[in-house]
Design a protein around this ligand. Sequence first.
Ligand code: ADP
Length: 295
Amino acid sequence: MPRLLSIGECMIELAPTEAGTFGMGFAGDTFNTAWYAQQLAGSGIEVAYFSAIGDDEPSGRMRRFMEDAGIVPELVVRKGGSVGLYMISLKNGERSFSYWRSASAARTLADDLDALPGVTKGDIAFFSGITMAVLPEASRARFLQTLAEARANGVTIVFDPNLRPRLWPDTATMCDCIMQAAAVSDIVLPSFEDEQGYFGDADTTATADRYSKVGATTVVVKDGPGPVLLRQGTTDTVVPPETATAVVDTTAAGDSFNAGFLIGMMEGLSADAAVTQGCKLACKVIAARGALVEI
Ligand code: ADP
């Protein structure tokens, strides 16, 4: 069965409830993509999540959450370790996020990595700029080398740059590592607003050009409510946006788009139909609150 292996950090989420307490959930960019992919995928596709967790109670709960969602957990267990956590605060309707992730076991996911778990020719391995950011500098090269080897064996490597400068020592390091990650990838799924901000791209074509130049054969440039630019080889297609009926919370817009697009590609849709599927899914997700929305 074809496998979509998503790689990165899943965290505990503490979200405020109306009663003034906090509800516990699990989320994280690459995990959100796996979760939406699993919701969409038919029984003919296996969705797996690769990370490292600890051996404590919250780590066990995270594993069970994945299993209950139908995602295959590919989790390395670190003795004495735990998982990262973030808390959402609401002030006058505005959400802000505080993170406790510096001791997260996910940072060690590539420490002793030899090969990506369970992927063979025709499968997809998906990671993001956040996956890169949480890895210590010393294990990033090992991680990229493992991806390059999988790619040489026929696995399609997919990368969402997901630029988060707060996770990096400085912008130059972030941009440098992002381009190194793109250079081992077949498909890159950037969001234009971020790319414009940190790479100074003039337009979506400039973003696609930059990623094509380092070897991506497909680039999909998302642009919030704007049209999506699909670059395949040297051919550009502009896919009209889906009009959102309601925008309640844009958390996980890009993550869910990625899931819709990737499952579409795995199910044999044309790339533009897969983009349209990504847009449709993202529109549903932004119409409700939270990272993981039942669809
Ligand atoms: P990210 O969440 O990574 O910042 P974007 O904001 O570029 O990603 O949005 C990703 C996708 O989500 C877009 O390509 C689009 O399909 C959908 N989307 C986001 N915001 C809107 C919106 N306001 N209206 C319609 N679609 C949206």
